[in-house]
Design a protein around this ligand. Structure first.
Ligand SMILES: *Cc1c(COP(=O)(O)O)cnc(C)c1O
Length: 395
């Protein structure tokens, strides 16, 4: 039995393998440099070009670029008309931005539990959480796996609710042959460096609803009336502020990077699926692990590869396994601590123990490294490290 690095042995890798990482090539650098040499660093032609490229890739009719994925969620919720007194149903596990955006507009997040197989929001629990105040549902395609979109759609239609799909993890995924970006009323993307395509920071709102798209475009630009702006060619200084908006614009510099990145995203998705296949076949017989699943009617975008530990098969806790893998220089992570457990949310009155699936599964989740530029050797190192931990810690 090889001695674990955490016990003073040799680590599997000499340097830390991150759980996610951007891939920046020469064409990305040149695309950004072109903008730096141009007249427009922001509010220029690259914005429309990037929006058109994402709309074309996803099949959405309207796309509006924003400064971050969080800004996109804020704009989407606001544009959908959610405000003070409204309730919005949100999954108990996601990145905190999925719920924060509800608070930004003065509404109340109501957390729903997860389906045990995909860890996506459980439609049955959504149904239980609907009240007369419910206005919308934020659904997150967790780890890249699409939610049960048709079932959620049916529930939303029956109760007159808007669905905001937080697709920060699922650009390029599909559900029943339909692509993410065409599945719900409004879809938001993130272009943070750990996501599928990066612009440094950045986000986008996708929709087929021209009115929502118009509201988002005004919201990202101080709430300025863009119709007046377009109409008034003569008195070109004139503008009017009709809503309280923000400066949530995405600069042309970032859009140029996004255009160049998006051209590679299909190839990167294939690489992610190769990594998943490699992990699945190398790890499937390990009693310590419950591997992530993909439902038959879905193609996941595999933003994350989340394993769940069968803790009854080992002598140690999740945190000891986590620390042992980190010591081997495998950059494992945990996505995510339940949002209602956060201090800010606890102070708002949310009490633990109301989401049995989310809270139980959270205790046994670990994310393994996955990103397109990972080498086959990197994959093999992750597998070696996991086997090493298993042989040392199995009961
Ligand atoms: C990354 C992420 C966001 C926020 O995106 P930013 O671009 O970092 O603001 C929102 N929701 C989920 C699920 C995310 O993973």
């Amino acid at each position: 039995m090889t001695k674990l690095a955490i016990d003073g042995g040799q680590p599997v890798k000499a340097t830390m393998l991150p759980y996610a990482r951007q891939a920046i090539d020469e064409d990305d650098r040149l695309a950004v440099e072109d903008v730096l040499r141009s007249d427009w660093l922001t509010t220029g032609p690259k914005i429309k070009e990037f929006e058109a490229a994402v709309a074309n890739y996803t099949g959405a009719n309207e796309a509006a670029a924003l400064s971050t994925g969080t800004a996109a969620l804020h704009a989407a919720i606001w544009a959908a008309g959610v405000g003070p007194g409204d309730e919005v149903i949100v999954p108990a596990i996601s990145f905190v931005a999925s719920a924060n955006c509800v608070l930004y507009v003065g509404a109340k997040p109501v957390f729903a539990d997860l389906s045990p197989d995909t860890l996506n929001i459980d439609p049955a629990d959504v149904l239980r959480k609907i009240t007369s105040r419910t206005k919308a549902i934020v659904v997150v395609d967790f780890a890249g796996h699409p939610c049960d979109h048709d079932v959620l759609r049916r529930i939303a239609d029956q109760h007159g609710l808007t669905i905001i799909e937080d697709a920060a993890h699922s650009l390029g995924a599909s559900y029943k042959g339909r692509k993410v970006g065409t599945l719900q009323d409004v879809t938001t993307l993130s272009f943070h460096p750990v996501k599928h395509v990066t612009t440094g920071e950045g986000g986008m709102v996708l929709t087929d609803d021209v009115n929502i798209a118009k509201r988002v475009r005004s919201f990202r630009h101080h709430g300025i009336d863009l119709d007046l702006h377009a109409r008034n060619k003569t008195n070109s200084w004139e503008y009017d502020v009709v809503d309280l908006g923000y400066n949530y614009r995405l600069p042309d510099i970032n859009c140029a990077l996004g255009i160049s990145q998006l051209a590679k995203s299909e190839r990167w998705l294939l690489r992610r699926r190769e990594i998943v296949d490699a992990y699945n076949s190398a790890l499937q017989s390990l009693a310590m692990l419950h591997l992530p699943v993909q439902r038959d009617d879905c193609l996941s975008a595999w933003h994350l590869y989340i394993v769940r530990l069968n803790l009854e098969t080992v002598k140690v806790s999740r945190s000891e396994i986590f620390a042992a893998l980190r010591a081997e220089n495998i950059g494992v992570n945990v996505h995510y601590i339940p949002i209602p457990w956060m201090t800010y949310y606890a102070n708002l009155g949310y009490k633990r123990g109301q989401w049995p699936v989310a809270e139980l599964e959270y205790e046994r989740m670990i994310s393994l490294p996955i990103y397109p530029s990972m080498s086959d050797k990197d994959i093999a190192d992750v597998v070696t490290a996991i086997n090493k931990v298993w042989t040392n810690y199995q009961k």
